[in-house]
Design a protein around this ligand. Structure first.
Ligand code: GDP
Length: 830
């Protein structure tokens, strides 16, 4: 090896062992080698360093190579040695040092090495005898691994100059054997390897080596024990904890893993582990449902206390009012009765009489409720939404808005099915009734027949010696209206209606709609407290801050007390009739409650939708022979329209066919509407509203029929026809195109002109047009002009830009959509 190295490369030789050094370049080699040697030699052992010094130049490269190859060997040997006797390890270390020295000698010359070995051996033997005592001490000490290294260190101290030798001596017989072995191996592997061994061995021996290795073993053993101990301790500890700290864990409907851990005061890792053992892989930030969480909580031995998200609603103040805070309030009256018996006429008559009598101008605004003042000065609040549907739908939402029901019965018609229905509703709501025997002006009027008929339904009027007031009226002539109002006022007095105006307001939504100019608007009948401008509130699934309050005369007001109906502006969305409005303290609370309700309602709807579908399909399948149902969905621009349509739908039908409104609502037709329609095989009717883009696509894909109407009569007619199985799929109106308004210009002599892009189909000058804003029909009419560049044209194709202006309509805005349609004469099958 040495020869080879020497012969060949300088560089390689440099990197390799001793041989190279000798034979080769003195200049280069010397420089490099010398530095290396010194450093390495110096570091390893003081004793060793001293000896090799002379050899330095030749040896210099050996160390670098040897360490790597030999170290393993050493390791093995050391391992063996350690296994044999820990106590002797110190000796071995000494032996290694000796070997290092030997190797150093070998580097000079093999002979020298051999001699050195022999010499060392002798020395060792001699010193072994001499220092047998020291060994005895060491063995006696037989302390930890570290003691061993310490001992060698002590030895050199004892015999300063001979430190190196002293250790070998300690090595004794075994050491010798080992040395021999090593020597042999070294010889085989050649001096370089030995040099490495020596150095490493030396380093290890002195500092970390022995300790480290011995330590490694001992540590590993100890570590095992400690681990076991810890495991036991843990097990004990954990179980102890469980036994010690039982917690009541408040569990909401959903909780994150880390929050769950925190509430149990358990470690997150343990919780994650517990989840995993239950087959749930969840990170600490993930949310798990209450059932899963409950399992885990019980597994950890804690107790579960379920809390509901509904607790957020607790920020709504529900405390009882003190008697002294209560002040008299106006009664709230709903007029009910059979269709065509004169409910609307009566409401109008009452309002007109009072308005024309009381107000100048007499211009009133329909907001769903209004107040009148009797001659006696009593204020009465009338709900301007006649019908059972409104009454019951409100009641079903928990809004008991009515104090008194006025039951209208036409004197010429007497008690009819819906009269009975109305009686039942009033009774169910435990609301007192006043009977208004209407159309008393009619020749065929027979008030007494009405009274007798009512007896059959346990309504005993005063004239029949009962307690129910009855008044003969005529909405047409105005006869008896004042008496009716007085009767109501009297009934109200008996009821002693009171409310506390000095608290956070609560009220019920009478009507709500998305107003084109003002955004979502709701008419709220304040039931308790006083609603003021700036109040933050939650109403159903919506919330808001009162931007403006408008009374039934169209005037802006700053506040509205109990029993006062007002239009509320400043909502973030459109609530539904019957929703309850509550004033809360902060926007955060309002938002939180609204979000919670929205989520809850969504879940409920999803569940209900699924149930309806299945049940209905089943029912249909069963009942098909007798009565068939025509399921429909209705979406309208305002609540009033939706309700009117639903009512009209309920009237349609006979013994064989029934119309069933699966769902009705306000606003654009959405994908969820289409989903429900598809599931039930129902068509969707849009009254002055359109399907949004995604709903339109889904409907196309799923084959759900969407029909648009702007006249209730048309809609009712079509449904009637469909219910009779007579209506084929003809379309009355054909949409021929859509255009989006990009910009609006003002042109003198023409007015506002919309700069449009035709996005679908074609725009035709002769066609009808509708202006859609957020999928709600804002205007319907005709085009005044259709321009392509500067020319008036008859048609503009999809993808092209054009200018359009509406006849007699100027409120056009960018992003509005223009729907272009043509009416087709369709042969009706009625
Ligand atoms: P509703 O369906 O209960 O709201 O009934 P309406 O208010 O629409 O009235 C139905 C019809 O009865 C209308 O044509 C009214 O003009 C008529 N009507 C209502 N009240 C009176 C009345 O007191 N006298 C007469 N002669 N006709 C009335």
């Amino acid at each position: 090896m040495s020869d080879n190295d020497g012969k060949k490369t300088l560089g390689l030789g440099g990197s390799r062992p001793s041989n190279v050094k000798q034979s080769f370049s003195h200049g280069r080699t010397k420089n490099v080698v010398v530095e290396t040697k010194r450093k390495r030699v110096v570091v390893p052992k003081p004793g060793a360093a001293a000896k090799p010094t002379g050899v330095t130049p030749a040896v210099s490269r050996d160390p670098s190579k040897r360490p790597a190859g030999i170290s393993d060997v050493e390791l093995e040997r050391r391992m063996k040695a350690l296994a044999m006797a820990k106590a002797r390890e110190a000796e071995e270390a000494a032996a290694r040092e000796a070997e290092e020295k030997e190797r150093a000698a070998e580097r000079e010359q093999r002979r020298a090495e051999a001699e050195a070995k022999e010499a060392e051996d002798r020395e060792r033997e001699e010193r072994a005898k001499a220092k047998a005592e020291e060994e005895a001490r060491k063995k006696a000490a037989a302390e930890a691994k570290k003691n061993a290294p310490a001992a060698p260190a002590a030895d050199p101290a004892a015999v300063p100059g001979e430190a190196a030798i002293s250790r070998p001596a300690a090595g004794a017989r075994k050491t010798d054997r080992e040395r021999d072995n090593r020597n042999e191996k070294n010889n085989k592997s050649k001096p370089d390897g030995r040099g490495g061994d020596n150095r490493r061995g030396g380093k290890l021996t002195l500092s970390a080596a022995t300790a480290g290795r011995e330590g490694g073993r001992q540590r590993s053993m100890a570590a095992m024990k400690r681990k076991q101990d810890r495991a036991r301790a843990k097990a004990m500890g954990v179980s102890a904890e469980r036994e010690k700290v039982y917690r009541e864990v408040a569990l909401p409907e959903a909780i994150t893993v880390s929050e769950l851990a925190a509430r149990m005061t358990e470690r997150v890792a343990d919780v994650v582990k517990a989840l995993m053992t239950n087959g749930i892989m969840a990170t600490q930030t993930q949310t798990i449902d209450a059932d899963t969480a409950e399992l885990i909580i019980e597994e950890f031995g804690h107790t579960v206390v379920r809390v509901s998200d509904a607790d957020v609603e607790q920020s709504i103040i529900t405390e009882e009012d003190k008697a002294e805070d209560l002040k008299p309030r106006a009664p709230i009256i709903t007029i009910m009765g059979h269709v065509d018996h004169g409910k609307t006429s009566l409401l109008d008559a009452i309002r007109k009489t009072r308005v024309t009598q009381g107000e100048a101008g007499g211009i009133t605004q329909h907001i769903g409720a209004y107040q009148v003042t009797t001659d006696g000065g009593q204020v009465l609040s009338f709900l301007d939404t006649p019908g059972h549907a409104a009454f019951t739908s409100m009641r079903s939402r928990g809004a008991q808005v009515t104090d008194i029901v006025v039951l209208v019965v036409a004197a010429d018609d007497a008690v009819m099915p819906q009269t009975i229905e109305a009686i039942n509703h009033a009774k169910a709501a435990e609301v007192p009734m006043i009977v208004a025997i209407n159309k008393i002006d009619r020749p065929a009027a027979n008030a007494d027949k009405v009274r007798t008929d009512l007896l059959q339904h346990e309504v005993i009027v005063e004239k029949m010696s009962g307690e129910v007031q009855d008044v003969e009226v005529s909405a047409v002539t105005g006869q008896g209206l004042d008496q009716l109002l007085e009767a109501i006022a009297l009934q109200a007095e008996i009821l002693e209606l009171k409310a506390n105006p000095d608290r956070a307001a609560a009220g019920a939504v009478i009507e709500a709609q998305l107003d084109v100019g003002r955004g979502p608007v709701a008419t709220v009948l304040v039931q308790t407290g006083t609603l003021r401008k700036g109040d933050i509130f939650v109403v159903g699934e919506q919330w808001g801050k009162v931007r403006a309050l408008i009374d039934d005369k169209g005037d802006r007001v700053d506040e509205a007390g109990p029993s006062v109906p007002v239009e509320v502006l400043g909502l973030n969305g459109t609530p539904e009739a019957g929703d309850v409005l509550n004033v809360v303290e902060t926007e955060a609370q309002a938002r939180e409650i609204a979000e919670y309700r929205e989520k809850a309602a969504k879940d409920k709807r999803a569940a209900a939708g699924a149930a309806t579908t299945l049940e209905q399909l089943m029912a249909n399948a069963k009942a098909n022979e007798d009565v068939s149902e025509l399921p429909i969905l209705v979406k309208a621009d305002v609540q009033g329209s939706a309700e009117a349509i639903v009512q009209a739908m309920e009237k349609i039908g006979n013994d064989e066919v029934r119309v069933r409104v699966l769902h009705s609502g306000v606003g654009a037709i959405t994908e969820s509407d289409i989903g429900l329609a598809e599931a039930s095989g129902a068509p969707v009717f849009g009254f002055n509203v359109r399907a949004n883009a995604s709903a339109r696509n889904t409907a196309n894909q799923k084959g759900v029929e969407i029909r648009y109407y702007s006249v209730i009569y048309d809609l009712v007619d079509d449904v009637k026809a469909a219910a009779s199985g007579l209506l084929s799929a003809e379309i009355r109106e054909k949409f021929i195109g859509y255009a989006t308004i990009k910009d609006v210009f003002k042109v003198s002599n023409v007015g506002k002109v919309a700069g449009c892009l035709v996005t679908e189909g074609v725009a035709r000058r002769s066609a009808g047009v509708r202006l859609l804003r957020d999928n709600v029909v804002v205007h319907e009419g005709t085009l005044k002009t259709l321009k392509r560049f500067k020319d008036e044209v008859a048609e503009v194709q999809s993808g092209q830009e054009c200018g359009m202006a509406f006849e007699n309509y100027e409120d056009i805005r960018a992003d509005d959509v223009i729907e272009i349609f043509e009416r087709e004469e369709v042969e009706r099958n009625l």
